[in-house]
Design a protein around this ligand. Structure first.
Ligand SMILES: Cc1cc2nc3c(=O)[nH]c(=O)nc-3n(C[C@H](O)[C@H](O)[C@H](O)COP(=O)(O)OP(=O)(O)OC[C@H]3O[C@@H](n4cnc5c(N)ncnc54)[C@H](O)[C@@H]3O)c2cc1C
Length: 480
């Protein structure tokens, strides 16, 4: 009897360990044909940004090497590509791990139906969420809108996340005679080399993901709960791009965190806090699944007539370039530009300045992050921007406006984070590092800073812009 063959359609699961679709194929005797399809057309508005494409190229290279260079690379509409590949390779089945972006849900449903209609075996699996969004509902059958009951009552009480699956002991590759194409054909790497610093910072791929987690466990896990807010410290895991591309699954991270915590007597509060951050990721996907419009429409419609500043372009550009004259904001925006990643606390600070002090629509922030983050993720990015703007589910109330100066002093007390990313301020004394505009001429001179020349004057008056934002917020009260 000839062996059955299955296309394994890789997507946000670029790994061999704990890959349910691959596991299913190998344990059920299929010869596999791994395939990656770059489907920009179906993604439309949400086609991957520049930083994500850079990451994806490296990650595909890594997984293809683990697959002994058997991956087929194609660009085009996924349904057309799959139809053609089934014809060319004679595959009997198609298996994939599910994604939850609205455009993918719709596309994949259609593909699944048409494969079934053509009598091709099709199976889909959960490889990226600890709890399926449709499994967690309130007692009245409706979805949760608030994180704590969703996570504590809905998820944790429902069931423990499943254990990760092992890497297949043996993968048999189908002998299909079809041209695999080249990774380079996907043209993911830009011609201008703006990504050189990112190369020194990250190791995309399954091995890089596990190494990153290992480093965090040893150097940053203990003390996570308190120090996860400190951008000047190494107490966060920076695993987000690896999780986003599925180089490591949340199940693997969850299990590793819990096991390491127990064996090494890591305080329970650090373990629980880390797991609940994974819970925030789940909640973002949950919201995206149940309320797919949150990628662009206000979750709370009372924000629909919010008086955003229409004259935004100059301010927006200064914000994007890290030239706002507010050190902690500029440090964050430059960290993002240089490394493709920004510390969570600083994401909240730069977001608050944009949508509240500058009254610029959260869409502009969402779009910029989408293009520049290596962990750009439709679920977490849209939910987080709506959270920052106050328009989201369980969001920070709009009137809670971060003061970037006091945030800087609290979370980067020595100014080390600012000094790293805003080197023109490196000689400023600690008292003024977060507010150079308050330093006298002598201090500025000694630090070698001329405001307006070496470093910008602040983009807004923080107090006046706060008042302006609160006034603008009044309109949402009338609308509710
Ligand atoms: C405006 C804004 C935009 C954001 N955009 C994204 C995005 O596009 N992609 C993205 O992955 N995260 C996003 N986040 C959430 C968060 O900032 C990052 O997940 C986190 O900084 C990643 O760093 P880490 O891996 O060191 O996190 P850790 O603190 O080590 O946390 C571990 C993991 O938990 C998850 N996580 C932690 N915090 C959050 C959170 N608030 N929301 C959702 N998941 C979380 C991530 O998967 C993270 O890797 C955004 C936050 C804000 C405020």
């Amino acid at each position: 009897m000839t062996q059955k063959t299955a296309l394994i359609w890789f997507r946000q699961d670029l790994r061999l360990k704990d890959n349910p679709a691959l596991h299913y194929a190998t344990t059920n005797g299929y010869a596999v044909i791994p395939v990656y399809i770059l489907d920009d057309e179906s993604a439309a508005q949400w086609k991957m940004g520049g930083a994500s494409r850079w990451w994806l190229h490296q990650s595909l290279q890594s997984v293809n090497s683990d697959l002994r260079e058997h991956m087929i690379f194609r660009a085009g509409k996924a349904d057309d590509v799959l139809t053609e590949l089934i014809k060319d390779t004679g595959a009997d089945a198609v298996f994939w791990n599910r994604c939850y972006e609205p455009w993918r849900v719709k596309r994949d449903k259609d593909i699944k139906q048409s494969l079934k209609d053509d009598s091709i075996e099709v199976e889909t699996f959960n490889g990226s969420l600890l709890w399926e969004p449709w499994e967690i509902l309130k007692d009245d059958g409706t979805p949760y809108r608030v994180f704590t009951p969703y996570y504590r009552k809905g998820c944790l009480k429902k069931k423990e996340p499943r254990n990760p699956m092992p890497r297949p002991e043996r993968i048999t590759y189908a002998d299909h005679g079809t041209d695999t194409g080249q990774l380079g054909d996907l043209e993911l790497i830009p011609s201008i080399k703006w990504y050189e610093q990112m190369e020194t910072f990250w190791t995309p791929g399954e091995n890089g993901a596990h190494a990153r987690l290992e480093t965090f466990l040893e150097d940053g896990f203990k003390g996570y709960k308190e120090d996860r807010n400190r951008p000047d410290r190494e107490n966060v895991s920076r695993i987000s791009p690896h999780i986003h591309f599925g180089e490591i699954s949340p199940h693997q991270v969850w299990e590793t965190i819990r096991a390491y915590g127990e064996i090494n007597s890591i305080p329970e509060k650090d373990v629980d806090c880390y797991c609940s951050e994974l819970g925030w990721r789940e909640f973002s996907y949950y919201l995206l699944y149940h309320f797919p419009h949150i990628t662009w429409e206000n979750f709370q419609p009372k924000f629909n007539d919010f008086p955003w500043n229409a004259q935004e372009s100059q301010d927006l550009e200064r914000w994007q370039k890290g030239q706002t004259g507010i050190p902690i904001v500029d440090a964050g925006m430059r960290q993002l530009w240089q490394t493709g990643w920004m510390h969570n606390r600083v994401r909240m600070i730069v977001g608050s300045l944009l949508v509240k002090n500058l009254l610029i629509h959260w869409h502009r922030g969402e779009e910029w992050f989408w293009d520049t983050l290596v962990d750009a993720d439709l679920a977490s990015n849209s939910a987080s921007w709506q959270w920052v703007a106050g328009s989201g589910a369980d969001a920070a109330p709009y009137f809670r406006i971060f003061n970037p100066l006091t945030q800087g002093e609290k979370f980067d007390p020595e100014g080390e984070y600012v000094r790293e990313f805003v080197p023109e301020l490196k000689n400023m004394p600690k008292q003024y590092i977060h507010k150079p505009w308050e330093a006298g001429p002598l201090i500025l001179k000694e630090a070698g800073v001329e405001l307006g020349k070496d470093y910008p004057e602040p983009i807004v008056d923080l107090k006046a812009s706060r008042e302006r934002a609160l006034k603008a917020f009044e309109t949402t009260k009338k609308a509710s």
